[in-house]
Design a binder for this molecule. Structure first.
Ligand code: FES
Length: 105
């Protein structure tokens, strides 16, 4: 994980309601546009191997594409089985047209 904020995407790369797999250096993240607010989370589900960027976004909840666990995109909390562990949430900053992801708090 970079030690400072790093550009992950640009505004317009993902519309409201969309998710995107982004790469920063050697790590991957799930970038979410929840009604115009961007959130960044781990790329992989905390339950097993599934890319959360293939999940469906319902408001502020992201459903895992493999077994259907729901996660809160603001907190990373697992809201339903079979996932029990949260996803790490990374801070997001907008600079001009750029979406930047920073190290977790
Ligand atoms: S891999 Fe996500 S709920 Fe199982």
């Amino acid at each position: 994980m970079p030690e400072d904020f790093v550009k992950a995407a640009e505004i317009g790369d993902l519309a409201p309601g969309e998710t995107k797999l982004v790469r920063i250096e050697d790590e991957y993240f799930t970038l979410v546009n929840s009604d115009g607010t961007y959130h960044a989370l781990d790329a992989e589900c905390s339950h097993a191997f599934a890319l959360m960027s293939y999940g469906q976004l319902h408001g502020d909840e992201l459903m895992c594409p493999l077994h259907g666990a729901m996660f809160d995109v603001k907190t990373g909390d697992a809201l339903s089985a079979p996932a029990t562990k949260p996803l790490t949430v990374y801070p997001v900053k907008i600079e001009g047209n750029d979406i930047l992801i920073g190290p977790p708090d």
